[in-house]
Structure formats: structure tokens, C-alpha cells
Design a protein around this ligand. Structure first.
Ligand code: SF4
Length: 375
């Protein structure tokens, strides 16, 4: 039985150094601590999170919405940007139905007109379509359902207290139908080797995602196997009908945390080809602000997406392109102004290689007058 504890926490919002190209989030927040979804592969069990018994003892942070309201109201230097609730917890875990902690947080986010990106394994999120719709209309709202198998029995074993995959897909469909402005997709993450990486499952998840009317699918082959989390996962597998997978996994990982690069590359190629077959982008469109950051964000999106798709196709990461894309997010003025003032070659914090990557994009976009078509 899960124990719920109310506890006060001071901090409500974390600012990330750079938004990434997966969720495009600049801020994260956690209104809960711990997660009663208790997925057997959850990384929250690893030592780096210092969470004890995270699935049996869930903390509900008191007055979280009020504190967030104050934080967003008082912040002079806090520019609106994408907030992602739920790190090592699901914002729609079972207790949310009763305490409405996430719903209250959404109301504050809507009030301050910040964009949002939520990942969940629960159909409960459909309860909040009214607020999510408002956020999408005012700024930007993206919702991703984590779905890594369509096999009911396997999903029950891996994610015992989440909504079954069919209900997550149904929820996705409902949201897209009732609120087309909300960007929705599937987080096909993790894809566990020997349990979920067969051709049938890969195709079924992508096909069923497409059938819901989803806008994107994010993919991540493999599962991180880290200290206590790995121990717990392997122990559960050994006691299950999937015990034969243990030996296969240990042979593949060879004591490492991640599967080998050639396995990941092969999987990427398969998934890329399926995403093309079903015409489902492997990236969500990012939120673009209307202030000076708009071109920085747009060009950053183009660079980060290009680096990602090239990595998927070739297995090689263009780190210079990645850094150029990441750093653009933190530029304190518009890249277009920098270019027009002839200062592009002196861009502080950017090295020559990165500047050479940015330049063609800035020149190309500066010649166009209709910049707003991207926004
Ligand atoms: S829903 Fe997410 S945070 Fe919660 S147990 Fe599952 S993997 Fe962990």
C-alpha cells in the first residue's frame, strides 16, 4: 500500500542550462516526489536520485501551486519558456485523481502564459483538457504518452499501475480530436532489448500512434541499466516468465550501462524507416517565443533536429552542430541583429567552427521577409 505524505519544499522551479531537442523544456518542476506507477525499469531507483522507496512513499508538496504562482509573478528575469512537469514521477499518477495537484499547477501555468510539455502514462490527463486547451491557445502545449509496447501482458509486468497502452492511445486520440492545437505524440522510450525491440512491436507502436492522429513520435532504443535500478530490474525479470531475457541482456550490455553503439544504430535505422513509412516525425515542433529569441530558437531547432536525424542515419554525432544549436538558446540578443551589425564572427562564447555552422542559416533567413510563417 502506498503511503502519501504532505511535506513542504522551498524550491518549485528548476532552470536548465540548455533546452534539449527532445522536450524543448527550459524549466522543470515536480509537484510530487516519488511515483506510484512503480514501473520496474524506472531510473528513479538508481543511486543518483537518492530516492528511498520511491514507489511506496509518495510526497505531495504542500502549497506547490501557490509557491509557483509567487515564483512566476515575482520573477523579473524569468522569460516565459517551456515548463516540463514530472521528472522522476508521473504528474498523473493515481493520487492525482484525488488531490488535483497537477491540475492546480496547470492553472498557474495557464495564468502566467507559460508553454508546457507533459509526459505521462495515464489517461487521467484527459480530465484537464480544458486547461491544456487554453495553454495551447495562448502559447504552446505538447503532450507525450510513454508507450513502449502494445502487448497488454508485458505492459502490465513492466508498468503495473499505469493505464494500459490501449487506454493511453485512446487518450491521445481524444486529446487530438477535442483540442487539435495541442501537439500530441508517443514517447517510445525505453525500447527494452529482447522484450520490446522485435519488428512487430516496433511497427505496432508506430502504426497505432499514427492512427490516433498524433503529430510525432520520440524514440530511444535500449534501456539504461544503472546500479540499483539495474539490480531491481534484473531481479524482477528473473522471477518472471521473461527470465530467459536476463542472459541475453547481460551478454548484450557486457557490464555497461547502455547497449553497444552498433545495436543502437541498427535500431535507429529500423525505427527511422518505420517513421518514414507512417509519415510520423521523430521530433516535436518546438515553441517559438515572440521576443528577440525567436530566430535564435528557430535556428537552434533546425540545427538540433538536423544533428539528431544525421546521427540516426549515420550513427555519428556532429557535436559542433549540436553545441551551436544549444548555445543559440542562451544568446542574449537576436542572432539576426548580430549578423546585420556585422558581429557574427565575434559572437561571444561561440567558437569559429560553431559560427561557420550558424552563418548559412542566418544569411538564408535574413533574406526572407516573411519570418512569421515559422512562428
Ligand atoms: S511513470 Fe515514470 S517516473 Fe513513474 S515509475 Fe514509471 S518510469 Fe518511473
Amino acid at each position: 500500500m502506498v503511503k502519501y505524505i504532505y511535506k513542504e519544499f522551498k524550491s518549485v522551479l528548476n532552470k536548465l542550462k540548455y533546452p534539449d531537442s527532445w522536450f524543448w523544456a527550459r524549466y522543470t518542476l515536480n509537484a510530487y516526489f516519488g511515483c506510484a506507477h512503480a514501473c520496474i525499469y524506472c531510473d528513479a531507483r538508481s543511486q543518483r536520485y537518492y530516492l528511498k522507496d520511491f514507489e511506496n512513499e509518495v510526497i505531495i508538496k504542500t502549497d506547490f501551486d501557490k509557491k509557483l504562482d509567487l515564483r512566476l509573478k515575482r520573477a523579473r528575469t524569468l522569460l516565459p519558456d517551456v515548463i516540463a512537469p514530472g521528472g522522476v514521477n508521473d504528474a498523473y499518477q493515481p493520487i492525482e485523481k484525488k488531490v488535483k495537484q497537477t491540475r492546480k499547477v496547470l492553472q498557474v501555468i495557464a495564468k502566467h502564459k507559460f508553454p508546457i510539455n507533459i509526459a505521462t502514462k495515464s489517461k487521467l490527463i484527459t480530465r484537464d483538457i480544458d486547461i491544456l486547451k487554453k495553454i495551447a491557445a495562448d502559447t504552446w502545449c505538447t503532450i507525450g504518452f510513454s508507450i513502449s509496447t502494445t502487448n497488454v501482458e508485458l505492459a502490465k509486468f513492466l508498468e503495473p499501475y499505469s493505464s494500459p497502452p490501449s487506454e493511453r492511445l485512446e487518450a491521445l486520440k481524444i486529446i487530438k480530436k477535442e483540442a487539435p492545437k495541442i501537439q500530441v505524440g508517443t514517447y517510445f522510450i525505453p525500447i527494452i532489448p529482447f522484450l520490446e525491440d522485435d519488428e512487430n512491436n516496433l511497427e505496432d507502436v508506430i502504426k497505432k500512434t499514427k492512427e490516433t492522429g498524433a503529430d510525432f513520435i520520440l524514440i530511444s532504443p535500449g534501456l539504461t541499466l544503472r546500479d540499483l535500478q539495474a539490480e531491481y530490474f534484473i531481479k524482477k525479470l528473473k522471477k518472471s516468465k521473461y527470465q530467459h531475457v536476463v542472459k541475453l541482456l547481460l551478454n548484450l550490455y557486457k557490464g555497461q550501462m547502455h547497449p553497444p553503439a552498433d545495436y543502437v544504430h541498427k535500431m535507429h535505422l529500423k525505427l527511422f524507416s518505420l517513421s518514414q513509412k507512417y509519415n510520423l516525425p521523430l521530433r516535436a515542433k518546438r515553441w517559438i517565443p515572440k521576443d528577440y529569441r525567436k530566430w535564435n530558437y528557430k535556428i537552434s531547432e533546425i540545427l538540433l533536429n538536423k544533428e539528431y536525424i544525421d546521427l540516426i542515419k549515420t550513427g555519428i554525432s556532429n557535436t559542433t552542430m549540436k553545441w551551436a544549436g544549444l548555445k543559440l538558446n542562451n544568446l542574449k540578443e537576436s542572432i539576426i541583429d548580430v549578423y546585420k551589425n556585422g558581429r557574427i564572427d565575434q559572437l561571444e562564447g561561440f567558437y569559429k567552427k560553431e559560427i561557420n555552422i550558424i552563418k548559412p542559416y542566418v544569411e538564408k533567413f535574413d533574406k526572407k521577409t516573411n519570418l512569421d510563417k515559422f512562428l
